[in-house]
Design a binder for this molecule. Structure first.
Ligand SMILES: NC(=O)c1ccc[n+]([C@@H]2O[C@H](COP(=O)([O-])OP(=O)(O)OC[C@H]3O[C@@H](n4cnc5c(N)ncnc54)[C@H](OP(=O)(O)O)[C@@H]3O)[C@@H](O)[C@H]2O)c1
Length: 267
């Protein structure tokens, strides 16, 4: 399976001209992995920015996510075709099940089989999941096989390290993508992270991203500012010591930022 580029560009909350600018700036600066979702309401703008960038399709890695309304066997593939139309692509690189079906109204087996069918039909090169509990991931593996699951995208940052989910995925050889890796900007004001940043002549965002990258996670920070997009790429050149990694590990405080009322019973 082709590797998921380790540092991608998030697009949650970004709409209209703001998302066009962010994706355009990101592509100019060298980002090649763009993370969108049906529910973000920005796939058309992401598609436009990609088309206008002139970056060859073969260099890009585009992820979208199937919204919970579209998890039924009759809806998933048509909804993905609509996403492709908006994105102006014939195939996305990765399609994620965005959330397990609220209250498990639709069974894991149904939507995992549908996304596997989408892959077989060439609509997506790879498939994966997001916001799954370990029980959901177990079921997904039983339906499609662990080797089919290219990544599990979950909230991971210094204040919510999601260790049970990370351990379970690792036991089964499943790659992880850390979403909200900057804790939506909160890492900037943490004194421990600030001190480590100062030692490396870096900034706290770079430290938080390096901390996640060093654990083997892909990261998908977002920014509306070109300067921040550029500086976040600097995380790829930052190596933290074992002591620094351990100091950040101690910042765990169960601070979950993405917790909608339809979320599953978290591990
Ligand atoms: N699968 C899911 O359910 C799920 C859920 C949430 C998010 N996601 C994905 O993960 C991506 C990242 O999450 P997120 O966008 O919510 O949060 P995030 O990346 O953790 O944080 C973004 C915030 O950090 C600020 N920021 C970024 N770089 C900075 C820097 N260098 N210095 C200072 N501030 C900086 C941004 O402000 P500025 O704009 O001012 O730079 C923005 O307010 C999303 O865009 C989305 O693609 C997925």
């Amino acid at each position: 399976m082709p590797q998921i580029p380790t540092l991608g560009l998030g697009t949650f909350r970004l709409k209209d001209q703001q998302v066009i600018d962010s994706v355009r700036n990101g592509l100019e600066l060298g980002y090649r992995h763009i993370d969108t979702a049906q529910i973000y309401g920005n796939e058309s703008e992401v598609g436009r920015a990609i088309a206008e960038s002139g970056v060859p399709r073969s260099e890009l890695f585009v992820t979208t996510k199937i919204w919970t309304d579209n998890l039924g066997a009759d809806k998933l593939i048509p909804s993905l075709k609509e996403s492709l139309h908006k994105l102006r692509l014939e195939q996305v690189d990765l399609t994620l099940i965005h959330w397990p079906s609220p209250k498990d109204e639709i069974q894991v087996a149904e939507y995992m089989a549908a996304v596997l069918e989408a892959k077989a039909a060439g609509l997506t090169a790879q498939l994966g999941v997001s916001n799954f509990t370990n029980a959901h991931l177990q079921q997904a593996m039983e339906v499609v096989g662990a080797e089919q699951i290219a990544t599990h995208q979950v909230e991971i940052h210094p204040f919510l390290q999601n260790r049970k989910v990370v351990e379970f995925a690792r036991e089964h050889g499943i790659h992880l993508t850390a979403y909200m890796p900057l804790a939506y900007g909160k890492v900037m004001t943490d004194p421990v992270i600030q001190e480590i940043a100062t030692k490396h002549a870096a900034n706290p965002a770079q430290v938080a991203l390096a901390w996640a990258l060093q654990q083997g996670f892909a990261v998908i920070p977002s920014s509306t500012k070109r300067a921040n997009l550029e500086s976040n790429l600097g995380a790829l050149n930052l190596t933290l010591s074992d002591q620094e990694m351990a100091a950040i590990a101690k910042l765990e405080r169960g601070e979950r930022l993405a917790n909608p009322d339809f979320a599953p019973q978290w591990d």
